[in-house]
Design a binder for this molecule. Sequence first.
Ligand SMILES: Cc1ncc(COP(=O)(O)O)c(C=O)c1O
Length: 417
Amino acid sequence: MSMLERARALDAADPLAEYRERFDLPEGVIYLDGNSLGALPKTTPDRLAQVMREEWGRDLIKSWNTADWISLPQRVGGKIAPLIGAQPHEVIVADSVSVNLFKLMSAALAMQARKDGARRKVILSEPGNFPTDLYMIQGLEKQGLATQRLAERDAIIDALDDDVALLLLTHVHYKTGAKYDMAALTKAAHDAGALVLWDLSHTGGAMPVALNECVAGEEGADFAVGCGYKYLNGGPGAPAYAFVAERHHEALEQPLSGWMGHAQPFAFDDDYQPAPGVDRLLCGTAPILSVAALEEGVDLVAEIGVDRLWEKSQALSEFFRECLSDAGVTLDLVSPEEADQRGSQLSFRHENAYALCQALIARDVIGDFRAPDILRLGFAPAYLRFEDMAETAQALAEVLENGEWQRDEFSERAAVT
Ligand SMILES: Cc1ncc(COP(=O)(O)O)c(C=O)c1O
């Protein structure tokens, strides 16, 4: 049986196959970039039209109450919560991942300072973490509030000393797809007196994660942030989400003390009083159209279920590797060999990765490039077929074999890669 025949048999038996129809995917395109921008759920345009025409156009400002716009960030946060092992009142949709990182890192430093008089100021992370995570630490450092410390993955536990206030890690690495052992690192950080903040941007909606229960019999993660526009299919620039474990709700002091995080925004008091719980993470007015779009994506992911998505993700990436080897493609895999040690992606190092990626895109096989030399293929399991795996491997084999990637046009760098 050829790989394509095998793929078709796998698709026929795939319990998630029906969900592909719930996304608006262009004919003939193999979309391997759902880890960067998730595909469009078919219900989203109608939902947005309804919010615009009826709630905004017809009902105007009344919709803050009648359509309950005011609690949309909490409602969508509550729906994201079970996908990441949190309680509904521990998650809220707000701002971008970057801004939420700033709020939570600053809150964590303040919490630690109340305990030890600001002795612990180090935020520990890894070199090569997603840039915004590091840039946001550096922003706090410039203000004299934090000290950045970076340790390689296998040296992180050793770097957890008495100076570390917070461990900030991205659960699934954006470039390599390598996944941290959340339980081991959360426990190690707590044992060293540090708090933990997980960036779940490449996790949420692709695989289950147990923020509260990750360490058996002990406290789980303290904080987390995650992205709305990747596996949650919330649309370009979709708002992000933030998690704060219930035990920290009362002590949480975030620096962006805007009016929407006030206990009574419509009392218009001169003095800031934080709202209870995660509501205080709100700063300004929520972007209602964007949060509504995100809700459609989240509802669809919740309906499919993260356990099933994760199972299919692993099957897809393993099958893809088989297809590559069947097609005689040998590429330098930088993602972990074991499917359960990586996220929903495979990354390959190639000195001409950019041109290779462009040549694939010209064939309607859309992956992405991460500087300086990574070809990144994401396997969003909600809408990809095993057939797509066989066809991508074939396309990759042809592009490499016939040198197609060497065409001049494939080396011209666009602003967004
Ligand atoms: C791990 C990680 N964190 C943060 C971000 C950026 O999030 P935002 O654009 O919402 O600030 C990304 C974007 O790709 C990411 O991969």
